[in-house]
Write a protein that binds this ligand. Structure first.
Ligand code: FE2
Length: 80
């Protein structure tokens, strides 16, 4: 989940900065982080956990995070 959120933060930077080199840099980091979180999910699935069990846990974490965000705020920030 941390990797997924890093991906989102790098997307914000890659779309918000005026410096084209920095935009490109953060876009590459965004892609890298997207690959990381998908890789980690595939690792846990390959270690014997069923897709359904992994997806259920993933959804539970997303639900918990959403609950936190509702209570703490949900605007897009880098260190928020
Ligand atoms: Fe990463």
């Amino acid at each position: 989940m941390i990797e997924a959120r890093s991906c989102e933060r790098f997307r914000i930077l890659s779309e918000s900065l005026e410096d084209t080199k920095l935009r490109s840099f953060y876009k590459k980091l965004m892609i890298s982080e997207a690959n990381h979180y998908n890789l980690f999910l595939s690792f846990v699935r390959s270690l014997g956990e069923s897709k359904e069990k992994v997806d259920k846990k993933w959804q539970a974490l997303l639900d918990y995070e959403a609950k936190l965000m509702r209570n703490l705020g949900k605007s897009g920030t880098i260190h928020g």
